[in-house]
Design a protein around this ligand. Structure first.
Ligand SMILES: [Zn+2]
Length: 311
């Protein structure tokens, strides 16, 4: 099933390359490639939208949404002059499947049993018990890796990509596509590790207002991750702090947490399977989910491109 997703990503890579996009394999893990699709100028000092999917292998719908967005972009490269024009000044990078081994096996962690979203260097500090990250065993969920161990190859690949492509940008907005919590779709911003407000809170809230005023009836709840639970070792907290320390410019990392409980509520039997608790199972519901988030991604691209007017 997820072989099919990787095959689709490779087909898209071929077409994207023919249309002047650049596709890079960040690293291979157990022979499975992690692709990054680069659209737009090679000038790193330009606005950027970064879309990431498949960090948690179970949450296949995140990769499905990233693939739908890639398909839109690649198709539009053939005819949309406005997009092509924007891409001479801005960039979009899509990493549709960061954890191919986890997706292949149908589980959350990577092949070593490590939860990639708990794998950044993190001081020992209180977090939500268990869910917020644990160092006891890779046989249990939410394993962060052993204290002091190097980051996993997938996490390292994402961190080095972001450092390279986003740290020189005047405004980089990242959105990481997840599913599994609650009945509504949430857009989360840092910090995940504590309820301390991020230093960019005012800017982040202005971005929230842009979403509210530009996408009527959008249905997203815009909130700080730590309001729901606190996480140690969150990769985006780590990258956000590193980018902040450099001064000028901004990296605003968001997480879209698609509310999968709503799919289970409408189709209760799917709650009996692990994958069913994290993904829409009925084809019409998957299709709806895939198209539903494109306007948000579009808006974030426009927001990054037009950062001077609101940031
Ligand atoms: Zn997730």
């Amino acid at each position: 099933m997820s072989h099919a997703r990787l095959a689709l990503i490779e087909q898209l890579a071929t077409i994207a390359t023919e249309r002047e996009a650049r596709v890079e394999v960040l690293v291979k893990v157990d022979h499975l490639p992690i692709h990054a699709f680069h659209f737009g100028t090679s000038d790193l000092a330009t606005p950027l939208l970064l879309v990431v999917g498949g960090v948690h292998g179970l949450e296949r719908v995140g990769t499905d949404v990233a693939i739908a967005y890639l398909a839109t972009l690649i198709t539009r490269l053939a005819w949309d002059e406005l997009l092509r024009d924007a891409l001479t000044r801005c960039r979009i990078i899509v990493v549709p499947l960061l954890n191919p081994v986890g997706m292949m096996r149908g589980w959350r962690a990577n092949g070593n049993g490590i939860d990639l979203m708990r794998n950044a260097p993190a001081p020992e500090q209180p977090a939500t018990f268990f869910v917020g990250g644990q160092r006891w065993s890779p046989k249990l969920p939410w394993f962060m890796g052993l204290e002091g161990a190097a980051m996993e190859p997938e996490a390292r690949a994402l961190v080095s990509l972001v450092e390279k492509v986003a740290f020189g940008s005047p405004c980089a907005i990242a959105i990481d596509l997840h599913s599994g919590f609650g009945v509504i779709d949430r857009v989360w911003f840092p910090y995940a590790r504590s309820l301390d407000p991020p230093p960019d809170l005012a800017r982040i809230l202005r971005l929230g207002t842009l979403i509210d005023t530009t996408l009527p009836h959008h249905g997203y709840r815009f909130e700080q991750t730590a309001r729901v639970y606190t996480i140690r070792g969150d990769l985006w907290d780590h990258l956000y702090d590193r980018r902040r320390a450099m001064g000028e410019g901004a990296l605003l990392p968001l997480t879209l947490e698609m509310g999968s409980w709503a799919w289970v509520r409408k189709n209760p039997w799917q709650g009996l399977s692990t994958l069913g608790r994290f993904n829409p199972v009925k084809p019409h519901r998957l299709a709806r989910t895939q198209r539903r988030h494109i306007p948000l991604l579009e808006l974030l691209f426009h927001a990054a491109a037009s950062h001077r007017t609101w940031l």
